[in-house]
Design a binder for this molecule. Structure first.
Ligand SMILES: Nc1nc2c(ncn2[C@@H]2O[C@H](COP(=O)(O)OP(=O)(O)OP(=O)(O)O)[C@@H](O)[C@H]2O)c(=O)[nH]1
Ligand SMILES: [Mg+2]
Length: 640
């Protein structure tokens, strides 16, 4: 159970270490009781590059603060709660949990590390008063470490650096810490910001130490440092209410719930308040009010500055709105995030198999679902497409949009996707395209291959530094266009030994045409069911995407051709039967396993004249124009 220490008891504990001058505890107004409670709150965001162990560390913090019973069966990475997160082992949505430690209430916000979900980090950082910056002791500072840190520096949030995973055999904790320090300097942090506290940790085992040689068996040093170095929320509980909405969720029973942080003032249930949105002010009576305790939402009858609360009853509230009393409509700055760089066309499914399995197939249903997503995810934007029944969806990266497609598919939607394209901006009549920083860690013997692959994609090599004895870390600047579909190629070429990290860097003048895909497609020329006999004969022509007994239609792509041109084939052909039987001949057909398509690799693969068809039970690729005789033939590699 959480230890419910009163504020008075906390005073003893607080004496154990010295507060820094100017820290929350020494502020003059801390005398008032309300402020003292506020001083016992810490709103902390946990940020890092992907897989540096944020969610695992939150697990350990939850365990050590008694959130779970001793004998409670708790799964790993409990905050990665949705199916896709568990399947992929990554965090997609930022989530928060509250813990109590020695009378302090620490609101932890676990953020995703993947660059595509950077919008989540930007959105939630505004809820925090400080951040724990994790860095993997072996991998050191990587592109997303830089991105998240730059956002902290912009918001002037104090940071505690946690050098995590020091148990790794290839750990180099001191260098990792230096890299973080260099990042602070690089990003133009003030001296005060760069004077950050550091902790070494093994998140997996729940151990933290102030110095490497210290003995420790739990996270106490981390909690102490966090309380000591990260400030309590500022804000005046006596001032008029100002609450910034950071998230909205839907609850089956009470409808829309807004989650936000109170900057100033206090809030009670059933109050009539003003919602200051993008397009004006509306007055609404709020319903229930909840606070957060461990992983649960609990009803409360009042909350004040510094708290994170949830409110029901306001159906038209959006992320970024400010909630105030009608008498003091004083809005806070809206949450803004960086612009999307990739767009994908979502269309109604028009294939001959449309509507056979999906529950939601019409353009109205797809539109509503997309708009709902755009409200929740502020890094995404939806526009009506040029053609009927199509919508242009803008996002931070392919993964973000592929995850959206995967989520929709599981909800029973059916739709088609066009080729991912980068967003090209026009500035002073000149075209600009997004470019990314690519950091690769590869064994020495693959450096040549990688350099050539990225050279083909108009990548420019930057810094190259050795990592240990036979690995190198190389930085490139590559147009985002060239990186679509690059990851799987990179993994194949480096035999899975390479590490690839990319991050949006900025906008560069358009680099000119790039090769999209070298190979053509093998396309079915009729409707039917694939047979082993036909597929066996097709195998030598390329890589197949379908297995035997799969339903196909005219214009559906069944594989990648070995050559640049497209190939129309009959993949439903049966072996002609004769009267003469040769025993065992048919059983000899042994097919090589085909490549099963996922939404992500289908998006990576398709070209301009092709679509991905997504239904709840399958992912198919097809030509946009299905009839063989109407479709222009692809003879040479396309350039985009
Ligand atoms: N060796 C070692 N591995 C760890 C440690 N902490 C976490 N890991 C492993 O690192 C991997 C990633 O952990 P996560 O907690 O999912 O990382 P994350 O930062 O939340 O990842 P994203 O949310 O996807 O950005 C998991 O396989 C963990 O088991 C540690 O202290 N030592
Ligand atoms: Mg995580």
């Amino acid at each position: 159970m959480p230890s419910e220490k009163t504020a008075r008891e906390f005073q003893h504990i607080a004496c154990d270490w010295q507060p820094r001058p100017g820290s929350a505890k020494t502020r003059p107004h801390a005398k008032a009781w309300g402020y003292r409670l506020q001083n016992m709150i810490r709103n902390v965001a946990i940020i890092a590059h992907v897989d540096h162990g944020k969610t695992t560390l939150v697990d350990a913090m939850l365990h050590q603060t008694g959130v779970f019973r001793a004998n409670e069966a708790v799964r790993e990475r409990v905050l990665d709660s949705n199916d896709l997160e568990r399947e992929r082992g990554i965090t997609i949505l930022a989530k928060h949990a509250s813990i109590r430690w020695k009378g302090y209430k620490i609101n932890l916000i676990d953020t995703p590390g993947h660059a595509d979900f950077g919008g989540e980090v930007e959105r939630t950082l505004r809820m925090a008063d400080g951040a724990l910056l994790l860095v993997d002791a072996a991998e050191g500072a990587l592109p997303q470490t830089r991105f998240v840190l730059s956002k902290c520096i912009e918001l002037d949030l104090p940071v505690v650096t946690v050098v995590n995973k020091i148990d790794r055999s290839d750990a180099r904790p001191d260098e990792a810490l230096h890299e973080v320090f260099d990042l602070f300097c690089d990003l133009g942090a003030t001296d005060e910001q760069a004077d950050f506290a550091h902790i070494y940790a093994i998140g997996k085992d729940g151990i933290a130490k102030r110095e490497l040689e210290d003995e420790s068996s739990d996270l106490t040093p981390l909690f102490e440092t966090l309380i000591e170095r990260l400030p309590a929320p500022e804000g005046d509980p006596a001032a008029p209410l100002q609450l910034l909405v950071h998230n909205t969720i839907h609850d089956e029973y009470v409808g829309r719930i807004a989650i936000g942080r109170i900057r100033n003032g206090t809030i009670k249930p059933q109050e009539t308040l003003a919602i200051i949105g993008k397009d004006g002010v509306v007055e609404r009576k709020v319903g229930a009010l909840w606070g957060f305790e461990s992983l649960e939402r609990i009803r409360i009858d009042g909350a004040s500055a510094g708290d994170i609360v949830a409110i029901s009853g306001i159906e038209d509230v959006h992320i970024g709105d400010t909630i105030t009393p009608p008498s003091h409509p004083n809005p806070l700055e809206r949450i803004s995030v960086e612009q999307p760089t990739i767009k994908i066309r979502f269309m109604v499914n028009t294939s001959p198999f449309a509507g056979l399995v999906g529950d939601y197939v019409t353009s109205r249903q797809v539109r509503e679902r997309l708009l709902k997503e755009a409200q929740r995810n502020i890094a995404m934007r939806v526009e009506e497409g040029d053609e009927a029944d199509s919508f242009m969806v803008y996002g931070r990266g392919e993964l973000m949009l592929a995850i959206l497609a995967e989520t929709m598919r599981r909800e029973g939607y059916e739709f088609a996707l066009g080729m991912p394209e980068v967003v090209v901006r026009e500035i002073d009549g000149k075209k600009f395209e997004p470019v990314e920083t690519v950091v690769v860690d590869v064994p020495q013997h693959h450096v040549g291959t990688v350099t050539q692959l990225l050279g083909d994609r108009r990548g420019v090599m930057g810094k190259m530094s050795p990592l240990g004895t036979n690995r190198s870390r190389i930085e490139y600047r590559v147009p985002s266009r060239g990186l679509i579909g690059f990851r799987s190629l990179f993994m194949t070429e480096t035999r899975g030994e390479g590490l690839l990290n990319t991050m949006f860097e900025g906008w560069d003048p358009y680099a000119g045409p790039l090769l999209r895909r070298k190979n053509g497609a093998i396309v079915s020329d009729r409707k039917g069911v694939t047979t082993p006999y036909a597929l066996f004969n097709l195998q030598p022509r390329g890589k197949l995407f379908v297995g035997t007994a799969t339903k196909v239609y005219e214009g559906m792509i069944v594989g990648e051709h070995n050559r640049p041109s497209d190939l129309d084939v009959n993949c439903t052909r049966e072996k002609k039967l004769t009267n003469i039987r040769a025993a065992g001949k048919d059983e000899n057909v042994v097919l090589t396993p085909h490549k099963e398509l996922t939404i992500e690799n289908a998006l990576d693969w398709i070209d301009q004249d092709e679509l991905v068809e997504v239904t709840p039970d399958s992912v198919r690729v097809r030509k946009a124009i299905l009839q063989c005789n109407l479709r222009p033939k692809r003879e040479a590699p396309k350039k985009s």
